[in-house]
Design a protein around this ligand. Sequence first.
Ligand SMILES: Nc1ncnc2c1ncn2[C@@H]1O[C@H](COP(=O)(O)OP(=O)(O)O)[C@@H](O)[C@H]1O
Ligand SMILES: [Mg+2]
Length: 248
Amino acid sequence: MAIIQVSNLKKSFGRLDVLKQITFNVNKNDVVAVIGPSGSGKSTMLRSLVHLEQIDAGSICVSGEYLVKEGIYPKLQDIKQITAKMGMVFQHFNLFPHLTVQENLEIAPRLVKKESASGTRQRSTELLEKIGLANKAKAYPANLSGGQKQRVAIARALMMNPEILLFDEPTSALDPELTGEVLQVMKDLAEEHMTMIVVTHEMGFAQEVANQVIFMDDGEIIESGHPSEIFTKPRFERTKAFLNRSLK
Ligand SMILES: Nc1ncnc2c1ncn2[C@@H]1O[C@H](COP(=O)(O)OP(=O)(O)O)[C@@H](O)[C@H]1O
Ligand SMILES: [Mg+2]
């Protein structure tokens, strides 16, 4: 069953057509890897799904509700309710520097969802355990490694109980030796059947964990399919050329 349906999505910044005619579906429990060269529109596409960008035309439907239908958005309250089904993890973590790790996890459920202190404390404690950072509950982000910060950012997204998690190059800002611990948390989530869309340069992760790969270039989806197809028998020259560069 499709949990996300994107059809004929278009987006321009001024005269620059950044997304030209984007159509794809994500099924529940899918792990979708989005790959493609820098500037191809991957971030803009992901940001459109959570309404960090407003699209110009097309439709985005999330578990049966339209975030935007043929270019028309519903009222803000409906937009908020639909985007709340999704959590987003950014390249640069975006943790609150003046809050402890545990406070970073708890602030949104407390303020946005008005959840009780005891309920959020219990869940944040469990999630810190799960990502292996129980001993960092009272630490501040400045005293964590990049890999630890990103694991906290993932836990923070999970605190809101999203149906879908979106990742925009979650390991690209990390030293190579720290990417493994973040990818492991994402793999664990995949094994628990979390629905995820991951923009990534980690071809190993895409090959091993994703069940759908979308290759974007110049604002278009050039091809998509199972990693066994895309990585071993890409149909288009542009895909071949990109993979040749990336898999070196
Ligand atoms: N806010 C913006 N204003 C103008 N141009 C933008 C903006 N955001 C992105 N772009 C341009 O849109 C294109 C696609 O960017 P992006 O979605 O970030 O690609 P990717 O994530 O694949 O690297 C690039 O040419 C980029 O410069
Ligand atoms: Mg990007």
